[in-house]
Design a protein around this ligand. Structure first.
Ligand code: FAD
Ligand code: NAD
Length: 520
C-alpha cells in the first residue's frame, strides 16, 4: 500500500513495476499521478479535515475511521487520513482499505517499506497514537550498562529472545581514543557487515548478522573527531570502531542510549537510514545513461555488498522522493579484491535518465558539489552463492546490467573454481549498450569471460542476435562447462523480462538454487 505512483498508467515494463515486486496495479484516472498528488498537497487544501491540528488518537477512535470516505491508517505510530489519497494510490483503493481503521505498518512493510510515506502523506497526518511515554535512561544508568559487557537478556527487540544470535557490545578508552567493540560471535562478518555514521554527538552502528540487524545508537557524552576507523577480526566476528577524542579527557560514560539502541531485529523490519553524499562527477555513458560518482561523508563507514542496492532520496517540489539504484564498481577492468579497501569513500552508479520520469531528471540536474541522500544497502544476494562456482551466466536487460557489474568483477577476481562467465545483454539498439567497449575488452583480456548482445529494435546494419528473451536464445547460451558443473544464473531487467526469463529457465530444468533474480 501507499506506493509512490510515478505515472498514471505504468507501462508493462515500467520501473515502478520492478520496484514494487511486480504486484498488480490498477489504472489511475487522468490527473491522479504522483505529480498531481504533490500539487494537491501543496495547494493549501485541508486534507485531514482538522485544519492543521494534530490530535492524539486512541485505538477506539482509529477503528471508527474505516470507510473509503473516512479512512485513517496508522503507520509506525503515526495516524494518517488517507481518504484524499485513495484515487492516487497505484495499488488501488481496495489495497489501502485493507488497513482502514487499523495499524497498517506490517502491510505497508510487506509491499514497499522504503516508500517515504512521512513526506508523501505529511498533509494527511492526523496525529499520533496514544502511547505510554518511554522512560528516558540517564547517563549514569547508561554508564552502568556500557562499562561492562552487556548481558544477553538486555538486548532489546521483539526477536532478541528467539534469535539464534546474541550480539553485544562494550567500550574502552585511552587518552586519545574511544573504542566501541561489537561482538557478533559469528564468523562470516566483514567490513560490509557494519555501517557506521556519526553526526554531531550521535553515533550509530548497524551490524548485519545473518538475517538480523543489531543497532548500537548512542548520544555520545563527549565530542569526537570526524574520521574514525573500523576493523574486523573475522575469525571471532569482532568489530572494533576506533573514535578519536576531540579532547584528551577521561569519559565517565559513553553516552545516553538513543532510539532502538542495543536492539536486534529482523533485517526486513529495519527502517532505512540516510546520509547526505556529495556528487563528485557525472559522465555520459550512452545517449541516456550516465555514470555518477558520489562521495560518502568522512563520518560514515558504508560499503555496499555485491548484488545489493541502495535508495537515493531527493526532495522534489517539497516532497521527498525515494528510488532504488544498484551501485557499480568504477570500471569492469579494474581489479576487485575482497575486502574492499577500508578507506573506500566513493559510490558509483550507472543511471538511465528518463526525460518523462520523476526522479532521474532531477538527479541529472544536480551540479557537482550538490548532495543526495543515500540509504543503507538492501538486497538478498549472498556471496555464498559463489561457493565452488564453475559457470556463471548473467542475463541482463537495459540498466538491469548494474547488479551484474560487481557480480562479474568479484567472480572473475575471487573465485578460483570459476571456469566460465557469460553475459547475455539485451538492449533495444546498439546505442543503448552500456559499457560495450569495456565488456569487449574484458572478453579479450579474460578468456573465461564472454559477452553476447541481443537487440530488440536493431537497425538494418546489425547482424548479431535479435529479439526478446526466448527459449531458443537461452538453450544455446546456457551451455555448462561440464555435465555436473556448479552453475549460477543471475537475471535482471524490466519485470516482464525477468519473469519470462525465470519461467524459461525453469523449463530448461535449472533449479531455484541455480537462479538469482534481482527484483528489488
Ligand atoms: P518514473 O517516473 O518511474 O518513470 C519511468 C518510466 O515511465 C519512464 O520511461 C517515463 O517516461 C514513463 N512514464 C512516466 N510517466 C508516465 C505516464 N504518465 N505515462 C506513460 N509513461 C510514463 N535504474 C538505473 O538507471 N540504474 C540502477 O542502478 C537501478 N537500480 C535499480 C535497483 C532496483 C532494486 C530497482 C527496483 C530499480 C532500479 N533502477 C535502476 C530503476 C530506478 O529505481 C527507477 O525506477 C528509474 O530510475 C526510473 O525512475 P524515474 O522516477 O526517473 O522514472
Ligand atoms: P529497456 O526498456 O531499454 O529494455 C531493455 C531490454 O529489455 C529490451 O531490449 C528487451 O530485450 C527487454 N524487454 C523490455 N520489455 C520487455 C518485455 N515486455 N518483455 C520481455 N523483454 C522485455 O530497459 P530499461 O529502460 O533500461 O529498464 C531496465 C529495468 O531494469 C528497469 O525496469 C529497472 O527498474 C530494472 N532494474 C532493476 C534492478 C534490480 O532489481 N536490482 C536494477 C537495475 C535495473
Amino acid at each position: 500500500m501507499l506506493n509512490v505512483p510515478s505515472q498514471s498508467f505504468p507501462a508493462p515494463s515500467s520501473q515502478q513495476r520492478a520496484a514494487s515486486g511486480g504486484r498488480s496495479k490498477v489504472p489511475l484516472k487522468q490527473g491522479r499521478s504522483l505529480m498531481d498528488w504533490i500539487r494537491l498537497t501543496k495547494s493549501g487544501k485541508d486534507l485531514t479535515g482538522l485544519k492543521g491540528r494534530l490530535i492524539e488518537v486512541t485505538e477506539e477512535e482509529l477503528k471508527k475511521h474505516n470507510t473509503k470516505d473516512d479512512c485513517w491508517i496508522c503507520i509506525r505510530g503515526l495516524v494518517y487520513n488517507v481518504s484524499p489519497y485513495m484515487e492516487y494510490h497505484p495499488g488501488g483503493e481496495d489495497e489501502l482499505m485493507r488497513a482502514a481503521g487499523s495499524d497498517g505498518t506490517d502491510l505497508f512493510d510487506q509491499v514497499h517499506r522504503w516508500v517515504n510515506y512521512e513526506s508523501m502523506l505529511r498533509e494527511c497526518l492526523v496525529g499520533r497514537m496514544a502511547v505510554k511515554p518511554a522512560v528516558p535512561k540517564d547517563c549514569r544508568e547508561e554508564k552502568k550498562v556500557l562499562n561492562g559487557m552487556l548481558p544477553k537478556s538486555q538486548v532489546t527487540g521483539t526477536l532478541a529472545k528467539e534469535s539464534p544470535i546474541s550480539p553485544s557490545y562494550d567500550w574502552f578508552q585511552t587518552d586519545s581514543l574511544v573504542t566501541i567493540v561489537i561482538y557478533t560471535k559469528q564468523k562470516d562478518i566483514n567490513l560490509d557487515s557494519v555501517i557506521v555514521d556519526h553526526q554531531c554527538d550521535t553515533f550509530r552502528a548497524e551490524t548485519i548478522i545473518k538475517d538480523y540487524s543489531y543497532l548500537v545508537h548512542i548520544g555520545l557524552s563527549h565530542e569526537i573527531q570526524e574520521d574514525f576507523s573500523v576493523r574486523v577480526v573475522e575469525n571471532v566476528g569482532k568489530i572494533e570502531i576506533v573514535l578519536k577524542k576531540k579532547e584528551s579527557t577521561s569519559w565517565e560514560c559513553l553516552g545516553r542510549p538513543l532510539e532502538n539502541h542495543n536492539s536486534l531485529i529482523l533485517k526486513k523490519d529495519k527502517g532505512l537510514y540516510y546520509r547526505k553524499c556529495q556528487l563528485i562527477s557525472k559522465e555520459n555513458v550512452t545517449h541516456d545513461t550516465k555514470f555518477f560518482c558520489l562521495m560518502l561523508p568522512r563520518s560514515t563507514h558504508l560499503q555496499v555488498p555485491i548484488g545489493q542496492h541502495v535508495y537515493l532520496k531527493l526532495t522534489i517540489t517539497g516532497t521527498e522522493i525515494v528510488k532504488p539504484y544498484t551501485p557499480v564498481s568504477d570500471s569492469l577492468l579494474s581489479e576487485f579484491k575482497d575486502p574492499v579497501l577500508p578507506n573506500n569513500k566513493y559510490i558509483y552508479f550507472l543511471t538511465k535518465i528518463y526525460p518523462a520520469g520523476l526522479f532521474t531528471p532531477q538527479l541529472d540536474r544536480l551540479q557537482i558539489g550538490d548532495f543526495v541522500s543515500v540509504s543503507n544497502p538492501e538486497g538478498n544476494f549472498k556471496i555464498s552463492q559463489f561457493q565452488e562456482l564453475e559457470d556463471l551466466f548473467l542475463l541482463a536487460a537495459g540498466t538491469g546490467f548494474t547488479p551484474m557489474v560487481k557480480v562479474l568483477n568479484y567472480a572473475l577476481n575471487n573465485i578460483p573454481s570459476l571456469r566460465k562467465a557469460k553475459l547475455m545483454f539485451f538492449n533495444k539498439t546498439e546505442d543503448d549498450i552500456i559499457w560495450r567497449s569495456q565488456l569487449e575488452k574484458l572478453a579479450y583480456k579474460d578468456k573465461r569471460f564472454d559477452v553476447e548482445f541481443v537487440l530488440s529494435a536493431p537497425t538494418s546494419e546489425w547482424n548479431g542476435k535479435t529479439g526478446y528473451i526466448s527459449s531458443g536464445l537461452l538453450s544455446e547460451f546456457l551451455k555448462r562447462s561440464s555435465d555436473k558443473s556448479k552453475v549460477l544464473i543471475c537475471i535482471c531487467g524490466p519485470m516482464p523480462f525477468t519473469e519470462q526469463g525465470i519461467r524459461l529457465l525453469h523449463d530448461l530444468n535449472f533449479s531455484k538454487d541455480e537462479i538469482h533474480s534481482f527484483t528489488g
